[in-house]
Design a protein around this ligand. Sequence first.
Ligand code: ATR
Length: 271
Amino acid sequence: MSLYAVLGYPVGHSLSPRIHEAFAALTGRAVRYERREVPPGQLAAALSALAADGGQGANITVPLKGEAFALAARLSARARRARAVNTLSREDGGWAGDNTDGAGLVCDLTVNCGWPLRDRRVFLAGAGGAAQGIAGPLLDAGIAALVVFNRTPGRAEALVAACADPRAVVASAGCADGPFDLVINATAAGLSGGLPALPAGLFAGAAAYDLMYGPKARAFLSYARAHGARQVADGLGMLVEQAAESFFVWHGVRPPTAPVLSRLRAEIDQV
Ligand code: ATR
């Protein structure tokens, strides 16, 4: 049986073990997948312990994605661009770093939600690690514009500069750059049950998506609906799809995601 783990702090509520065990069952693989709580600064020691236990891969979650990026002996192009690692694979005595978050989001938006991205205008709220991880994959998916808005404007400017793409711009004052097809909340405001302060008129006719899922996405998605969003979705599908992409990186097999997503959705809607 091969060993994998999700490392984060805190990690007690992570759904990753359930998702990966479901994928393993659906694809006929023997996989053990654990949660390991790792305080910031202790990732190197935790990875040595995982390797000593025979671990072949790890998912890295908040707040360790930057630390994993720094520790990886080899980085995929998408990890380098995100400047963050959420998937580590054991190889030749070291760890190879990858990032499946952006691929997971694009798959959820286009396949599960049925919202095409090509030529769409996207408003991105937030400019922290989560926003940084998805900006490049959204541009690669062929969007027409990525308008970045952040509480601290300097971080939006830095994110746009890092994109180095004329389609990525900082939101103008008063946000006259609409209308938008899609508004994405990549801020951490939902962690405390809140939502970011947003320009008026943003949601008219747009779809709204929160990278968080369940109760943490509710304030933003209710606000979006009340202000004219035509469709809304939380990030549960992204969570499942990024896990499927990690599963593919490790096992070379694409697991079916629909049965796993519908099972988790039924549980989360009851919370
Ligand atoms: P993450 O990895 O989740 O992106 P982060 O790098 O700390 O975490 O970034 C958090 C993001 O959420 C930032 O864009 C932050 O805005 P600031 O750069 O101004 O701090 C945003 N954020 C967090 N709480 C927020 C709030 N209450 N309202 C608006 N934006 C918020």
